[in-house]
Design a protein around this ligand. Structure first.
Ligand code: PSU
Ligand code: MN
Length: 330
């Protein structure tokens, strides 16, 4: 991105709100006026990722869900900040038109993890940010909480392929709290938990003792710690950040139980999709989108409904935590 564009963004902000202090990162990224103002005033803001929109769900459910998730965040008292790179400009907070554009571009947008950010910006591309890249930008502008569906993890056979999502490494280096429904069983859950421990990530389960497994409430593995309310969560984030531990926090919220019922049915589809991925030699960053789409086909859409339900639930919990955190900081 040209430097004139960067300074133009910065000047625009100052022009729009001359009395409000400039938030961190302004000038490097485009922060929507609403998000910029909320950050400057210490109001609760929730970051949202965009790979779930471009690669995680088909059109038009992706757009509908993205809009509903933003509405849930607002309804619970926080400002949503969906993050994506559009025409080479990292955007923090998308307008309705920008959200629609991203949803219709779909898989033609670049799935952008931390490693891809510079290339997408330098080439003026459109990048949908994964958990790792969204954490980078949330941290850059001072958003402490980020809501997603599921994070990446250690892939099955990861011990030989070394396919370990950069989401985990980001959680080990960037102090943002990520609210998710745990880790999908398309991944190796026990190794993912081991790796999070190695990286020093605080992994807390919400209102349960067990680490949730995305489509199911239980994974069979105990969570390292438990929190039971948004206030408790806010205190955890505040303690973690004021001690400058430097790592991220993973808050895992189980899928609402009415959707968890189809978990076993979805699990058998996962096994089939995994086998197909091996046979077709689908690896690397294409593996997660392939598995998500295939499991959706094999379950006749049941996995998509469950996915949408859990993302909305996470948005509700994440916004409540953001509100508690901003009250704690006043
Ligand atoms: N899990 C989902 N839906 C998603 C993803 C994960 O249920 O859309 C996306 C997220 O953006 C996550 C990324 O950060 O996939 C991880 O990809 P990989 O496994 O290639 O690191
Ligand atoms: Mn990978």
């Amino acid at each position: 991105m040209a430097s004139w564009a960067l300074s133009r963004i910065s000047n625009l902000h100052k022009h729009l709100s001359p009395d409000i202090p400039t938030p961190k990162g302004e000038g490097l990224v485009k922060i929507s006026p609403e998000v910029s103002q909320a950050l400057s005033l210490g109001k609760p803001v929730v970051a949202l990722e965009s790979t779930i929109i471009s690669h995680g769900m088909p059109y038009p459910q992706n757009l509908e869900t993205a809009k509903e998730v933003e509405a849930i965040v607002r309804h619970n008292g926080a400002i949503p900040a969906t993050i994506a790179i559009l025409d080479g400009v990292p955007c923090i907070g998308l307008s309705a038109e920008e959200l629609k554009r991203l949803a219709t571009i779909g898989r033609k947008a670049r799935k952008t993890a931390r490693r891809d950010i510079a290339h997408v910006v330098a080439t003026g591309g459109n990048g949908a940010t994964t958990v790792s890249a969204t954490m980078v930008f949330a941290s850059m502008v001072g958003i402490p909480i980020f809501v997603t569906g599921g994070i990446g993890g250690v892939h099955r056979h990861g011990e030989s392929t070394m396919d370990i999502s950069s989401d985990l490494v980001e959680l080990g280096r960037t102090p943002v709290a990520v609210v998710s429904a745990g880790v999908k069983s398309i991944l190796d859950i026990p190794r993912t938990l081991e790796y999070l421990e190695t990286l020093g990530v605080c992994a807390a389960a919400y209102q349960t003792n067990e680490f949730p497994a995305f489509f199911t409430e239980k994974s069979g593995y105990k969570a390292p710690c438990r929190i039971d309310s948004p206030e408790e969560c806010a205190r955890l984030i505040e303690a973690h950040n004021s001690l400058m531990l430097g790592t991220g926090i993973l808050i895992s919220v189980p899928i609402p139980s009415e959707y968890s019922a189809s978990g076993n049915f979805i699990e058998s589809a996962i096994q089939k999709a995994l086998k197909e991925a091996r046979e077709q030699n689908i690896t690397g960053s294409s593996e997660t989108p392939f598995l998500l789409a295939r499991v959706n086909e094999l379950t006749g859409g049941a996995s998509l409904s469950a996915n949408i339900a859990l993302v909305k639930n996470n948005a509700r919990v994440g916004a409540q935590i953001a509100v508690s955190l901003s009250q704690l900081r006043q």
